[in-house]
Design a protein around this ligand. Structure first.
Ligand code: FES
Length: 357
């Protein structure tokens, strides 16, 4: 039924490329270009982003979240997979812009196939599985010994000897994009699967998501220490894992359940407790659980930054190697306990937790 609604003065709306107009019946993205007004629904077909806060690129309104584009007058997406958003008749009378919010075209949802990472989270049957994540960066043509990788290798060998399946993921071998901070636009803009994974076919962080969310029962993350902090590759990965935590914040959807994390931290100087604390805090917010003594570490301290001796000690120390073996054993033993139990509940009270609303 026709229902013309006054959305504002034509002179004012003509000044902005795209204006936000909220009526009792619809949220609109009203636009003006070349003497013509257009009105389309504000909710983007991708993840509900606010087209009313977008900008114009030619005749299209560009979504501010991930840049899907819709024709500002007929609502057609720039590609078939983007579908159409509703469009509304517009007229100008007596200097006022009127939109008929009762006569919208139909929304045609996105025809894009769901990303493979959007499938239900179910543990595939099989033996215990341990994923090692190396965050060491080095010159690929001149590889050097890495103490943290060395210990991670020992941990994985130990897990295989105990009958577990293992995989080693070297972040340095993966070409993955840095986080673009979509969360800073709006919580809903940081999606699961990661917006960047969905937008960039060349992004190679998928093996990490697959291992953390689907494949592994336990993970061991190994890092060096640089200036008192974990590896830059660790942080590059961690920022991209925000989407896992954000699924809890925005949808109360816990993707990581009944999984165990342990850590190997090797530094020339110190700050082990700070690095371990930060890593444990982050992986706890993703949903991981921890065995007793969840990390092993080594450092020669502030006044012993003699890397040759430090590296040699890590390479030859039977005690540290045994520590790596037992860390893997602890992680797998706890993972087995979780598999044998009812595990963590599906829903956990939000009060007092990160970003509870
Ligand atoms: S492009 Fe609009 S919500 Fe992602």
């Amino acid at each position: 039924m026709v229902d013309w609604v006054d959305v504002g003065a034509a002179d004012d709306l003509a000044k902005a490329g795209v204006s936000r107009c909220v009526t009792p019946k619809a949220r609109l993205a009203v636009s003006f270009r070349d003497g013509t007004f257009g009105a389309i629904a504000s909710a983007c077909n991708h993840a509900g982003g606010p087209l009313r806060q977008g900008h114009l690129d030619g005749e299209r309104v560009v979504c501010p979240w991930h840049q899907w584009r819709f024709h500002r007058c007929n609502g057609h997406g720039a590609t078939a997979e983007q579908g159409n958003v509703q469009s509304y008749p517009v007229k100008v009378e007596d200097g006022r812009v009127l939109v008929d919010v009762g006569t919208a075209t139909s929304r045609v949802g996105s025809k894009r196939a769901p990303h493979p990472l959007a499938r239900p989270v179910e543990r595939a049957p099989g033996p215990l599985r341990l994923a090692g994540i190396s965050t060491t960066a080095m010159d690929p043509d001149n590889r050097r010994f890495s103490g943290s990788d060395h210990l991670l290798g020992i941990a994985l060998d130990s897990a295989r000897s105990a009958g577990a399946e293992t995989q080693m993921i070297r972040l340095d071998d993966l070409k993955f994009h840095a986080c673009r901070g979509y969360y800073s636009k709006a919580a809903g803009a940081c999606t699961w699967p990661c917006s960047i994974t969905q937008m960039h076919a060349d992004d190679e962080l998928t093996p990490v998501y697959e291992a953390l969310v689907y494949w592994a029962d336990a993970i061991v993350v190994a890092t060096l220490i640089r200036w008192g902090a974990a590896s830059w590759l660790y942080f590059k990965m961690a920022e991209r894992l925000n989407c896992i935590q954000n699924a809890i914040t925005t949808k109360n959807k816990v993707l990581i359940k009944n999984k165990v994390a342990g850590f190997i931290i090797v530094g020339g100087q110190d700050n082990i407790q700070s690095v371990a604390g930060q890593m444990i805090c982050f992986f706890a917010e993703l949903g991981f659980l921890f065995p007793q003594f969840p990390y092993i570490a080594h450092s020669r301290g502030w006044s012993h930054e003699d890397m040759e001796n430090n590296v040699e000690h890590v390479r030859t120390s039977p005690e540290i190697a045994e520590g790596a073996r037992e860390l893997a054993e602890r992680c797998l033993a706890y993972a087995q306990q979780l598999l044998d139990s009812e595990g963590t509940p599906d829903s956990i009270a939000r009060g007092g937790r990160k970003a509870n609303h």
